[in-house]
Design a protein around this ligand. Structure first.
Ligand code: ATP
Ligand code: FE
Length: 355
């Protein structure tokens, strides 16, 4: 079964073709970074305009990459129904609906975060994650610790009280005046931390972690703390490169330690209820961070000498937004004929527990 999927919930215009045997036939992602970097974030009106301009090209390009014919080879059309920016989502939805209805193909509207969560089943190289598994979704708009019991059922163990981890990375990256890399401001911050400083970095004490012992995230304190350190340094003169680097590293280490603590609490929560979990799937744009991957792996080894958890990450380019994940998250619905009417509406605000 071949699915053509369209994703346009934020700033990337994406189209992909995936089959039910897990083969990715095409994956097109058109980024708009050059436009949004100027504003220091996603500017909705420009994002909508870019999607409108790029969507036809993204779809043509996906068909060309796959060598497939839309009439004869594509069996279903999927799109991101929500959550996301309404104007952006509607560009993708309208393209998907028009294609599906004109070509008489079945249609499925997908939850964007379900896409981020299930992609690791598609990309698992050894054993694929088995339900129930823990899904840690860390992205630009969300920070969710979930218990996934099937492709359509997710229970929230923890969410953020304020901003998402990705937004916090983006804000600190902006405060440090870093130039965006391909995967955005968060990726720029990671790369900046990796570069060796010219001179030894000053010591910045660890960032305090909020909500210790509670199954809830909070990231605004991390970026405010970074902001306070930066302005304090600026008052004492120029912000030295080595100081910037020390702040960036302390920030990154702090937010990752916050994630570690919540993950351990989530695993304990499962254990108390005799829910046997083996796999921990980490995805969403921030999961492309290699420092974070190493830290989480180390933390699990250190905390659990008697249990072996299987920590799973999708490849970095499938952590940030793409349409492959939307195609894959629609597959089980196409295969069980659980499709949507052509009159389906968007759900820009959509809790993953309401699937
Ligand atoms: P959501 O999925 O919640 O709707 P989104 O689709 O905008 O939000 P994603 O594309 O999943 O978010 O992820 C983008 C976020 O990931 C951005 O905040 C970006 O800065 C961050 N990010 C990307 N690469 C890295 C990295 N290496 N380290 C930290 N953050 C990163
Ligand atoms: Fe996303």
């Amino acid at each position: 079964f071949n699915v053509l999927a369209i994703e346009s919930s934020a700033d990337d215009t994406c189209a992909a073709i995936v089959d039910s045997a897990k083969k990715i036939h095409a994956n097109v992602v058109i980024k708009q970074h050059n436009i949004h970097e100027e504003y220091g974030g996603i500017y909705p009106m420009s994002a909508i305009g870019c999607h409108q301009q790029n969507m036809p090209y993204a779809i043509r390009q996906a068909l060309a990459q796959s060598g497939m014919n839309i009439v004869h080879d594509i069996d279903g059309i999927a799109f991101t129904r929500g959550p996301g920016m309404p104007g952006c989502l509607s560009v993708g939805m309208n393209a998907a609906k028009s294609l599906a209805s004109a070509l008489d193909k079945p249609l499925v509207g997908v939850h964007h975060m379900q896409g981020h969560a299930l992609i690791s089943i598609l990309t698992a190289d050894r054993e694929e994650p088995k339900y129930p598994f823990i899904s840690l979704l860390i992205s630009g708009g969300h920070t969710l610790l979930l218990l996934a019991t099937s492709a359509n059922s997710f229970q929230t163990l923890a969410t953020t009280r304020d901003e998402s981890i990705g937004r916090s990375f983006d804000k600190v990256s902006k405060l440090l005046e870093l130039k965006w890399t391909d995967l955005g401001p968060g990726d720029a911050l990671e790369k900046f931390c990796e570069e060796a400083p010219e001179i030894k970095c000053p010591i910045i004490p660890p960032f305090p972690s909020p909500l210790v012992g509670q199954l809830a995230f909070s990231f605004s304190a991390f970026h405010s703390h970074a902001k306070a350190l930066i302005s304090e340094q600026k008052q004492h003169g120029d912000l030295q490169l080595s100081t910037k680097k020390a702040i960036a590293r302390a920030f990154q280490t702090g937010v990752v330690a916050h994630l570690e603590e919540k993950l351990i609490l989530g695993l304990a929560w499962c254990k108390e209820r005799n829910i046997s979990v083996r796999d921990i799937v980490v995805s969403g744009g921030v999961a492309s961070n290699m420092f974070l991957r190493r830290r989480l792996q180390g933390c699990l080894i250190e905390c659990y000498r008697d249990v072996t958890y299987n920590l799973v990450f999708p490849p970095p380019d499938l952590c940030t937004d793409n349409a492959v994940m939307i195609a894959w998250a629609s597959m089980h619905r196409f295969l069980t004929n659980d499709t949507d009417p052509y009159s389906i509406e968007l759900r820009p605000k959509w809790n993953i527990e309401e699937l």
